[in-house]
Design a binder for this molecule. Structure first.
Ligand code: HEC
Length: 163
């Protein structure tokens, strides 16, 4: 360093000064480019790791959702009440009568909707299990929780599916 300063200070060696400056600039250039290259390399590596992490997290999320859905499916079908209802043939006429007695005050005599929504085509967006749960769970107030016996529920289900 000392000799470098000396060289720079010495006015009579003008050419050498230029040479030294060039050398220093070259050195700096070399340093910065290698440094940037090095940084870029590291960046690329961490970007890869990041992408891998994201992909893994997404996979894990998907897996969790699948497990959850499978669990819910198993859980719902393992409910003895639901299984009994699903195994029973229902009678539409009976179901209609049960509906008019219990449900029409809110859903209308022909299920066209009043306080409660119209139930036409309800089976398009609710599975048989979901319909049974809708009637028996009481989870969507103000709709009350009903406890029809399995035969009544099967009839009701049959009726709801004709709407
Ligand atoms: C006290 C009023 C009331 C009575 C009685 C009632 N419901 Fe409901 N029902 C509702 C309301 C309100 C909703 C909307 C609940 C929500 O999703 O927030 C609903 C929703 C439903 C749904 C889901 C509709 C959809 O589009 O997903 C079905 C199916 C249903 N009721 C069937 C019945 C049946 C069958 C009965 C008779 C056993 C019944 N309800 C009795 C008020 C009632």
């Amino acid at each position: 360093m000392e000799s470098l300063e000396k060289t720079l200070k010495s006015g009579q060696r003008g050419i050498k000064k230029d040479k030294v400056l060039k050398y220093v600039i070259n050195q700096q250039h070399f340093c910065t480019t290698t440094l940037t290259r090095e940084l870029l390399k590291q960046n690329a590596v961490s970007l890869d790791a990041l992408m891998q992490g994201i992909a893994l997290a997404m996979l894990a999320g998907l897996f969790a959702v699948l497990v959850y859905l499978l669990g819910m499916y198993q859980y719902e079908y393992s409910d003895p009440y639901v299984r009994t209802v699903l195994a029973m043939p229902g009678e539409v006429q009976h179901g209609h009568a049960i509906f008019q007695m219990n449900c029409s005050s809110c859903h209308g005599l022909e299920a066209n909707g009043r306080v409660g929504p119209s139930l036409h085509n309800v089976s398009d967006h609710k599975s048989r299990v979901a319909l049974i749960r809708q009637v028996t769970s009481g989870q969507t107030p103000p709709m009350p929780q009903f406890q029809p016996n399995p035969k009544e529920m099967a009839d009701l289900l049959e009726y709801l599916e004709t709407l």
